[in-house]
Design a protein around this ligand. Structure first.
Ligand code: NAP
Length: 681
């Protein structure tokens, strides 16, 4: 089968012979791959001129809905992907990580978009910052999509997750992508990509695919483009300094290999739950994807007196792993991606043995299907390095297979020192139930790790494990790991956007950002705002209420009603000595009284109070003070409504309570659910 690329809205098959790719299990030819003749300049142009504008006319919510629909479409075809994925050496469990994990990332970003992003095309970050004394000059960060293309270069070990985890945040941001999978497993990426396209959900130009070499693609990139790379540190370093990327300051996010470690706390004894958890986690990380995971545990850091117990238990566990054809249900570990990859890993093991002894390894393991020689099979291999501080190999060499080295430590300081010799890792884990030990090890290792799992009996059941990157948390580590960051919820989306700091007066800033800024001009129409539907409310529309004088009876009644008899409200003597020097009204009374001032009491389009944010009490209100509230429409966010559901939107109202001198006594935002006339935006 000759793999095709997808460019300029159509499939393209290269003319000449390509590279022959074999399956991992039997070594039989599975695909031919070449990008000869592909118009790379045209691809970039198409993404910028067609894909970008097509994506950017949608709001975040609409793009999130696309991702959800694509994920649902792919979910229905998972079985087809699983079958092909077995050819890459993946077992059912490995498929769960790669295929379900990838689709799950789309679902996760779709949900995050609805929860955390506005239903518009740009993103406001933080609150406006006052830059002047009188409040006429403010600043705010606004993020807009980059007007270029994102080139995603992926490693061979996650042909599906690798593509989808990069696409998800970029597409939500509104940036089109060119996906370049690694040659060895591109046939699986191509199938999933093909199914994604067939769904017809993504707009024209949003995604393109290169099967084969990237040719002169990087030469055509410009300032608005970006590159995200996952692969070996050596390829990453080479591409990062590509003259054209440097000439145009093109962001290059690098996710490279890392020598991740797992640390067993010195408080843990054999027989403790944590001891078992530690050994299970190491065995799992060595065998999932046959150890071909950038986050896999390569260095097993263990208190000196416990190495023997750890090695013996690990040996027992690993001996039970059934190797063979991953399409067989009883097989626990498949082959490496190819015979060549196995030879490379074997070479690394030979080098590791300069400073370590082999405690488990060898190839005379019975296979349950598959071919030892033509496939990529390799048995789990465990080494022991007696002098981890003087040896360099365990900290420098990544054997990208089922290989790990046990390293003994004396005291927590030394454990941290050994962990740090990895010079920057994607993921680490600390297994202990001792709080102080967990804290010491975490802070000792945090600066050199992108993510650290602290595993113990309390979280073991629900823990997602050492090796799983999660869409909500960042994936990436410093130093050797490439110093990049992916995912991390909103952070991942922002990576594809440009942050621009706008400085202006409150009225202009409010108009540009689509959100009322305190101090900006307001409109005061005659009709009460609670009598208006979502669509009829305008940003900056405001109501100045009547006034109310706070009496002693108010304070006493509120104390009785709430049961809050705090001395500053009800104890004349205590209140005199308080920071207020007198009895003051409860802050929550003021919030309640303000609601009483501004609500429209009869049934109308305002359906419910949805919440309250950023409440600040600024000046105390005493007996005899007179308060007044101003309620202003700050922002509006239409909610997606399901068929048959009443269409609504969330309106955020800025509330300012002032006293008889015009001084602000309380500030906050309330959220209300307001009915819409129509289901549309
Ligand atoms: P690789 O050889 O570095 O290749 C990575 C990607 O770069 C492939 O798509 C490759 O395409 C492409 N590439 C190579 N040379 C290129 C060039 N001159 N121009 C443009 N693209 C080029 O890595 P791999 O063997 O696929 O993956 C294994 C490595 O990736 C391991 O070291 C592993 O630790 C690391 N990894 C890291 C992460 C992470 O998130 N940090 C995740 C997974 C894997 P071809 O295949 O066509 O050469």
């Amino acid at each position: 089968m000759k793999l095709a690329s997808y460019t300029n809205g159509e499939w393209f098959t290269a003319r000449g012979a390509g590279i022959q790719v074999s399956d991992a299990v039997y070594g039989e030819p599975i695909a031919e791959i070449s990008s000869d003749g592909l118009d790379f300049a045209g691809m970039v142009r198409f993404a910028r001129e067609v894909g970008g504008p097509n994506l950017q006319k949608y709001t975040f919510h609409e793009r999130g809905a696309m991702l959800r629909a694509v994920a649902a479409h792919l979910s229905e075809r998972k079985e087809e992907f699983y079958q092909l994925s077995h050819k890459t050496g993946a077992t059912r469990r490995d498929n769960f990580v790669d295929i379900d994990g990838g689709i799950g990332t789309f679902f996760s970003y779709a949900s995050l978009t609805r929860r955390e992003l506005p239903n518009q095309q740009f993103l406001l970050e933080d609150d406006p910052v006052s830059l002047s004394r009188a409040g006429t000059f403010l600043g705010r960060h606004i993020l807009v999509p980059r007007e270029g293309v994102a080139v995603h270069i992926n490693a061979f070990n996650f042909p599906v997750w690798g593509m989808l985890e990069k696409l998800a945040p970029g597409l939500i941001a509104g940036v089109p992508a060119i996906v370049k999978p690694a040659t060895q497993t591109a046939y699986l990426t191509e199938l999933v990509f093909r199914r994604m396209l067939e769904s017809g959900i993504l707009p024209q130009g949003a995604v393109q695919l290169i099967c084969g070499s990237t040719g002169d693609l990087l030469e055509h990139l410009l300032e608005q483009d970006l590159v995200t790379f996952t692969g070996s540190a050596s390829t990453g370093r080479k591409l990062k300094v590509h003259p054209n990327l440097i000439a145009h300051s093109i962001p290059f996010n690098m996710e490279a290999d890392s020598l991740n470690c797992s640390l067993l706390g010195q408080s843990v004894e054999p027989g403790d739950e944590e001891f078992d958890l530690f050994v299970s986690e190491v065995a799992l990380e060595m065998t999932v994807k046959a150890g071909q995971k950038c986050t896999a545990i390569r260095r097993v850091i263990v208190p000196e007196g416990k190495t023997e117990a750890v090695i013996n238990t690990l040996r027992e566990r690993l001996a039970k792993v059934v190797l063979g054809d991953p399409s067989q249900p009883e097989v626990g570990m498949g082959p490496l991606v190819s015979r060549a990859q196995r030879e490379e890993v074997r070479g690394k093991v030979t080098q590791l043995r300069h400073s370590s002894e082999l405690v488990l390894g060898g190839e005379n393991v019975q296979l349950k299907g598959g071919e030892w020689e033509s496939g990529g099979f390799m048995a789990p291999t465990l080494l022991y390095c007696p002098n981890p501080l003087s040896a360099s190999e365990p900290h420098d060499l990544e054997a990208f297979g089922p290989v790990a080295t046990v390293l003994p430590y004396k005291g927590l300081d030394q454990a941290i020192q050994i962990a740090k010799r990895g010079r920057g890792s994607l993921a680490g884990s600390i297994v202990t139930h001792d709080l102080q030990e967990a804290r010491t090890l975490f802070f000792g290792c945090a600066s050199t790790h992108g993510r650290i799992l602290i595993l113990n009996r309390d979280n073991a059941k629900e823990s997602t494990g050492h090796g799983s990157p999660l869409p909500q948390l960042i994936h990436g580590g410093p130093g050797r790991a490439g110093a990049g960051q992916e995912l991390g919820g909103l952070r991942g989306i922002k990576h594809f956007m440009q942050r621009s700091a706008v400085q202006a007066d409150p009225t202009t800033l409010g108009f540009i950002s689509g959100e009322y800024v305190r101090g900006g001009q307001v409109k005061e129409p005659a009709l009460h705002p609670f009598r208006k539907h979502f669509e009829d409310l305008e940003i900056g529309e405001s109501l100045l209420t009547h006034r109310r004088t706070v009496t002693e009876a108010d304070i006493v009644n509120f104390a009785n009603l709430s049961g809050d008899y705090f001395y500053a409200h009800v104890d004349e003597i205590g209140a005199k000595d308080s920071i207020f020097g007198k009895r003051v009204a409860h802050g929550y009374f003021l919030v309640s009284a303000a609601a009483g001032l501004f609500v429209w009491p009869t049934p109308g389009p305002v359906l419910a109070n949805y919440g309250l944010e950023n409440l600040r009490f600024i000046e105390p209100v005493g007996i005899g003070d007179t308060i007044q509230a101003r309620l202003t429409v700050k922002s509006k966010n239409a909610k997606d409504s399901k068929p048959g559901e009443r269409p609504t939107g969330v309106v955020a109202w800025d509330v300012e309570i002032t006293n008889q001198e015009g001084a602000v006594v309380a500030l906050y935002t309330i959220l209300t659910l307001v009915e819409r006339h129509h289901p549309g935006r």
